[in-house]
Design a protein. Structure first.
Length: 475
């Protein structure tokens, strides 16, 4: 293999292509996390008790979200590789099986969310919160099938490098959530005030409306014609579903490992009382909001790497991955600067209680510290997803978050009396370990230029993999 020498023109091309793909995805992710921000703001102004209940319930619901998203993350690289290999005629059959997987996953998540009550007693959530947490989860669980099917549609569209629909429909759902949340929570238009339950009802309804809009768009827009998405009905093909699970299953476990760390941190902090829990919820909302930027970039990196794999362009894989990781670092520099510079002002947007603001500001400073490691790990993981390399990253995330992050955080928080700040220091340790290991994994994979399971291009002049860096830029 020849030495890899960076080409400035190709770097500029790759950065531009990644940014064009990523901007709508970032907007879509900001809209998605914006629903949590809206829930937190509406709940915080309703009462500190309801904010705490929604915070605990939202953390449990997030486990369902990342499970569904993780499984559906098998769709974008699969579609992108087929698209890059000029095998678009196979995308329709793949998508139909992805829909079956989404429906089955949605029903399992609906059941699991509705039966999460024993978890609260086991971890020591205060009894006065449990009733409202249960009410929130029972209401929001009805949105689980809509969520998984929506992400199947997003995966199809994003794998085809069509990312604007994700932005438009995610923003549309966010716009709908504001009045829906206000009406159901505060009791307007003749409805009784329902607090935490109303918050869950509003979110579930918004999810179904998003799904209906996206499905209608995909079925009618000319960009999706010729794919044979609904040419005929197909029963589940268990072999194809198993292929999707082979890729998506480890992704779901990886996301659960990370999300589970954050949820465990939140549930552990809930033992410290309403004020500490409210402060954590404010800070984690802000950190999650900023995290959507590198996450959107990671989704674009997945598509760019997947296209390069489909074309058989090994050097293109390197440019797509490393340029994307570099972009992620730039965005995280901005995020860290904001968190370091305006912690009290940001916290003051969520609540007027001085104790909550002061503690949340301290946590935001710690969030600023882990911005860089968080950006590297999510971008590196996105690049590995484009290679359909998911099993080793799964092991890395499990080790980093549960072998490093959680033990360190618990030890500092409860053995050394640092409370919420100790748990957040554990987050820094876990994310840093993940960043180093995932980046190293992609760097080695990109150097080797060999990937198992990549589709063979239809065109005879395209071979996989390519070892030299002489291919022209992709259109």
């Amino acid at each position: 293999m020849t030495a890899f020498r960076p080409d400035r023109a190709r770097i500029a091309h790759e950065v531009g292509a990644t940014v064009r793909l990523a901007l709508p995805l970032i907007a879509a992710q900001l809209a998605a996390i914006g629903s949590n921000v809206i829930d937190a703001v509406l709940s915080g102004h309703y009462s500190t008790h309801v904010l705490g209940a929604v915070a605990v319930g939202a953390n449990v619901w997030s486990l369902a979200i990342v499970t569904g998203i993780g499984l559906m993350m098998a769709v974008p690289p699969s579609v992108a590789q087929l698209d890059g290999a000029r095998r678009r005629h196979e995308i329709g059959a793949l998508f139909r099986q992805a829909l079956w997987l989404a429906l089955m996953t949605g029903m399992v998540l609906w059941f699991a969310v509705r039966h999460a009550s024993p978890l609260f007693a086991w971890i020591g959530v205060t009894p006065d919160l449990r009733v409202d947490v249960d009410a929130f989860l029972h209401a929001i669980s009805w949105g689980a099938p809509a969520l998984t099917c929506y992400f199947a549609l997003r995966g199809l569209s994003e794998g085809l490098s069509l990312t604007r629909p994700s932005m438009f429909f995610s923003l549309g759902g966010l716009v709908l959530l504001v009045p829906l949340g206000y009406v159901f929570m505060y009791g307007k238009l003749g409805l009784p005030p329902q607090g935490a339950r109303g918050c869950g009802m509003a979110t579930a309804l918004a999810l179904w409306l998003e799904l209906a809009g996206f499905a209608t768009y995909v079925l009618r827009h000319p960009n999706y014609r010729g794919l044979g998405l609904v040419d005929h009905f197909e029963w589940p093909d268990w072999r194809r579903i198993a292929d999707l699970l082979h890729v998506g299953g480890p992704m779901a476990v990886s996301l659960l490992a990370e999300a589970g760390l954050f949820v465990a941190v939140a549930l552990g902090i809930s033992r410290l009382g309403d004020t500490v829990m409210a402060s954590h919820q404010v800070a984690i909302n802000v950190a999650s909001l900023f995290f959507m930027i590198p996450l959107g970039l990671a989704m674009a990196i997945t598509v760019r790497v997947g296209n390069a794999v489909g074309r058989g362009d090994a050097v293109g894989v390197r440019y797509a991955g490393f340029c994307g990781i570099g972009l992620s670092l730039v965005t995280q520099l901005v995020s860290a600067a904001v968190m370091f510079g305006l912690p009290h002002r940001i916290a003051g947007l969520y609540t007027h209680q001085r104790e909550v603001i002061d503690l949340a500001a301290q946590l935001l400073l710690l969030a600023g510290v882990f911005q860089f490691s968080d950006g590297i790990q999510v971008a590196s993981n996105g690049a590995l997803r484009g290679l359909k390399d998911t099993r080793v990253p799964m092991a890395i995330t499990l080790f980093s978050y549960w072998g490093v992050g959680m033990p360190v955080g618990w030890w500092l928080a409860f053995q050394h009396g640092l409370g919420a700040r100790g748990m957040w220091m554990g987050l820094i340790a876990g994310l840093s370990a993940s960043a180093v290991l995932l980046f190293t994994r992609f760097w080695r994979s990109a150097r080797r230029g060999r990937w198992v399971g990549a589709p063979q291009p239809d065109h005879p002049h395209m071979t996989a993999p390519v070892q030299a860096g002489t291919l022209p830029l992709d259109p």
